[in-house]
Ligand binder design. Structure first.
Ligand code: GLN
Length: 207
């Protein structure tokens, strides 16, 4: 399996490690490819768009022409996991004209909503599809204000959606790559109809 991590800016290596751990738990071999230019996304089975700074990420994606390739990846029903700034970039509306959103996820977001309350915090989060709470790390996290009809809310914090799924796209306000727990990556890539590689859903998963 080829896993592409959008690497124009943000926390790339942590996502690479998390997808490797999730794949290993299914006995799937994974090549992680860091994406900084156009022409690579079409070779990827799954994509990750990390946290970082959404205005910078969106600007570089469009300058490099990677934006269109990500749209085509999602249009082809291939999995994308977008976290924090990645969620903002994937959204249909960031409520900020400095972010050119990709519009591959029908949600509108408030970029720094959690950041205004507390810069960073960790909370145990109930996530649909996971048996035990997930240790969710929030860093200047966006709040999802509105979700479109086809969007399933997988987790809420303080009454707001913080993990969502639409078709082959899973997105979180928090940073699942910053803990040793790779269950969100597992959920995004191996536990849905859009999984790149069919796996036994009952397989043992190392958290
Ligand atoms: N709020 C940041 C932004 O707008 C995202 C923060 C993060 O990814 N940790 O880009």
């Amino acid at each position: 399996m080829n896993a592409g991590v959008i690497a124009v800016q943000g926390d790339v290596s942590e996502h690479a490690d998390a997808v490797r751990r999730a794949a290993a738990s299914h006995g799937v071999e994974v090549d992680v490819i860091e994406i900084r230019e156009a022409g690579v996304v079409p070779d990827c089975d799954v994509l990750l768009m990390p946290g970082g700074e959404s205005t910078t990420i969106s600007r570089l994606l469009s300058e490099e022409g990677i934006d269109e390739e990500i749209r085509a990846h999602v249009a082809a029903d291939k999995p994308l996991l977008a976290t924090c700034a990645g969620l903002i970039v994937a959204s249909s509306d960031a409520n900020d004209e400095r972010v050119a959103t990709l519009d591959v996820l029908d949600v509108s977001v408030d970029r720094n909503a959690f950041g205004r309350q507390a810069d960073s915090f960790e909370a145990p989060l109930s996530v649909t599809g996971l048996d035990d709470p997930f240790p969710a790390v929030f860093i200047r996290a966006p709040v999802i204000d509105e979700v479109g009809e086809g969007v399933e809310v997988l987790a809420e914090w303080d009454g707001d959606p913080v993990a969502v799924k639409q078709g082959s796209v899973v997105a979180t306000s928090f940073h699942p790559e910053l803990t040793a727990d790779s269950r969100v990556h597992d959920l995004a890539f191996f536990r849905q109809a859009h999984a790149a590689t069919p796996v036994d859903a009952d397989a043992e998963v190392d958290a």
